[in-house]
Design a protein around this ligand. Sequence first.
Ligand code: TA6
Length: 283
Amino acid sequence: MKEQTQLKYLTTESTDRQTLFVITHPLFSAKISEFGGQLLSYQPVNKQEMIWQSSTAVLDGSKPIRGGAPICWPWFGQAPESFSGEPQHGYARSVKWQITSVKETEELVEISLVPMFSEQLKQRLQLSLEVIYTFGLEAKIELVTTNLGTQDFDFSMAIHTYLNLADSREVAIPELFDCQYFDKLANKQDTQDKPFAVDQAMDRIYLYDKAELTVTSSDKKLNILQQGHDSVVVWNPWQQGAESMADFDDLGYLSMLCVEAALTQGYKLKPGDCHRISQTLID
Ligand code: TA6
């Protein structure tokens, strides 16, 4: 990796609570937390901040950061039976990450990081993980997982992106119309048989695996490109949910919506196989 001193756009900012990798480029600014390897902010020049973070997020590493784009890996949601009792959404968002490479040009910055798992966990998982961020006038988050072991790994994951919105009640996602989804709150399959709208608590796994999605709100029209996913998770805790989480500011539900590129339908990562999933945000 280039020595920090030779880098033009990337700096590291450490406080007593956290370390941030800060990128200030003529075309954009971005922040990634060392804890979780998590994108916390991305703002293209002359555009709105794209990523939401709770003002009451815990930043001292004692719990995952509420907001940004947490990396849910090597499972999404509750731990599988073989990892019973392990944390929701896996391990990646709860460890420190280290930078493995940085490329800077006049058009973009590409930064790769790997999680610093314990040797014990590495032995248990037999998986490698790398995140590759590519920022310019777009933000691409790509996760690369390789099965280093000799057994299939039943794999699920999500790029758990919290989008920053002027008003979540004015959001439209036209591509989800008529799409099947699993409603985690009602615990049943359902169909989006009317235009998508955020007017209540929602926690849905849409069986949407196409590459393009548009999220429009009063202040922005986001194009989202996704690869390597089999579903899109959409989550808003709404008022009661927000108030029930200390690290979720009480009115935050009005300015965020999670739109997550996810692998939730059952995927066997075979020995030696490599899986890539990505989400690109374009305003
Ligand atoms: O992506 C939606 C979801 O699975 C919800 O069920 C909710 O639990 C959300 O993730 C946040 O989970 P967290 O563990 O970060 O509080």
